[in-house]
Design a protein around this ligand. Structure first.
Ligand code: AMX
Length: 437
């Protein structure tokens, strides 16, 4: 058994019994009540699942295993040229402890060793029309890799439920190891005339991904690590995490579950916002021939709202402040590309947009989220094909949702099956409550 797997088993397996006992003793403890509005409006704020890896605070932002992003930037191992290694955050999410440099490089090595992608996956991608959206290709490639699922194979052989976590660990490690190769293949096939670049096993996971995409600049590799670090996890209720968890609760393997999560990430209100932000900003720049004035920008935002569209990159279902993931990207931009025209536009949007959104009186969070910034950083280093941005998000998010899925299997989490009701049922409840009051 590899060292990381052994460590995971030593953390997760004792917790399984502890949680069983906890639920047995305190299972009837009441956590809260919820309203008709919450049921109709996406169950926001309702506690409905346990996710061990991270927790989102509306005011402070995300904490990974209790650590904020600024804290982790100090504490996690860094790669050459700066920025934290995604391998480190993977270790933290999986094991619940800060990794040493050695732990992070053990994961780098493991992922390099497991990164071989079978030919049929590339053959399938090559058969798709070139205009297939990169996220569709990504999800299909994940499905095509399902032929290699250890969990599915072991289940078929009749594995004891106590051991589910073991083949799931193998699937999670293999899948994460292979995603950059598949994503880079999609990118080079779609935008670079299928001129593919072989992996460099000497590079860490993030730098190698940047290399296979065709970007060997040290700053771009640093940006890639930062990008892969900050998009990794956002507790369990967001669409990609919840979809992965939900599908996985039927004991669907890691490939089937991640593909479902990625299909959710591909929605414009979730991960596709990164692409939409870039399109919206480029259209803005074109309309006003460069950086707009404040008045021009205000007019552009008002027009977007009047047309019944959302301002992409702004708002959040949980956050009520500027997303700390936006702020670390802003810091990176100030350090590395302060004179970039698109960065100046992003800064202006940050100054002008919140007041306009607040004035609508209905938008609960007028502040920017992670997607408001990410695209223009990538574009600065030449990665301008914005339809690809969500695939980068997906490669990173896979780390969070798959570590959670592995924990689900180790803890024996049961199949998810909430109740649904009709609107007539809902109305009847209100009548019943009013007549008995
Ligand atoms: N622009 C215009 N209108 C917005 C808005 C925005 N950025 N954010 C919210 N609203 C609107 C909603 O559409 C809703 O309108 P309605 O009452 O007419 O249906 C109203 O304001 C209330 O919405 P809310 O409670 O503030 O937000 P929500 O929890 O329903 O939705 C989110 C959250 C992120 C989907 C929404 O803010 C949005 O659409 N933002 C733009 C898209 C975006 O950036 N998504 C990425 C989010 C981060 C991520 O997952 N990667």
């Amino acid at each position: 058994m590899d060292k990381i797997k052994e460590k995971f088993a030593s953390k997760a397996l004792p917790l399984t019994d502890e949680i069983k006992k906890f639920v047995k003793s305190h299972g009837d403890h009441v956590l809260g009540t919820y309203t008709i509005e919450q049921v109709y409006q996406g169950m926001k704020g309702m506690i409905g699942m346990v996710t061990e890896t991270s927790k989102l605070d509306p005011e402070e932002g995300i904490r990974f295993r209790g650590y904020s992003i600024p804290e982790l930037r100090e504490k996690l191992p860094r790669g050459k040229g700066g920025e934290n290694l995604p391998e480190g955050i993977f270790y933290l999410l999986l094991i619940g402890e800060l990794p040493t440099e050695e732990d992070a490089s053990e994961i780098s090595n493991q992922w390099a060793r497991r990164s071989h992608v079978h030919k049929h996956v590339f053959d399938m991608l090559d058969m798709l029309p070139r205009h297939t959206h990169p996220m569709t290709q990504f999800s299909m490639a994940i499905m095509a890799m399902q032929t290699e699922s250890n969990f599915a194979a072991e289940y078929r052989k009749g594995i004891n439920k106590k051991n589910y976590w073991d083949p799931m660990y193998e699937d999670v490690m293999n899948l994460i190891a292979r995603l950059p190769r598949v994503a880079a293949y999609i990118y080079r096939k779609t935008y670079k005339n299928s001129e593919h670049i072989e992996p460099n096993p000497k590079l860490d996971w993030g730098a190698n991904f940047s290399h296979m995409l065709g970007y060997d600049d040290e700053n771009m590799q640093a940006l890639m690590r930062l990008y892969l670090f900050i998009h990794v996890d956002h507790e369990g209720g967001n669409v990609s995490a919840h979809a992965t968890h939900l599908v996985g609760s039927a004991l669907s393997d890691a490939y089937l579950s991640l593909s479902a999560g990625m299909n959710g990430l591909a929605g414009p209100l979730h991960g596709l916002a990164a692409q939409e932000v870039a399109r919206w900003i480029l259209e803005l720049r074109k309309k006003y021939n460069g950086v707009p004035t404040r008045d021009q920008l205000a007019e552009y935002i008002q027009k977007t709202l009047a047309e019944g569209k959302v301002v992409p990159g702004y708002g959040h279902a949980v956050l009520r402040k500027t997303d700390p993931r936006y702020l670390v990207q802003q810091e990176f931009a100030k350090r590395n590309l302060a004179d970039d025209e698109l960065f100046k536009i992003v800064q202006l949007i940050y100054e002008v947009t919140p007041e306009i959104l607040k004035a609508t009186g209905k938008i609960k969070n007028p502040w920017p989220n992670v997607d408001a910034h990410s695209g223009i950083l990538l574009m600065h280093y030449g990665l301008v094909e914005y339809d690809f941005f969500t695939v980068l998000f997906g490669v990173s998010r896979a780390i969070g949702v798959l570590t959670s899925l592995l924990w689900d299997r180790a803890l024996g989490v049961s199949i998810e099956r909430p109740s649904s009701v009709t609107s007539d049922w809902m109305k009847a409840q209100v009548v019943k409550n009013t007549t008995t009051a």
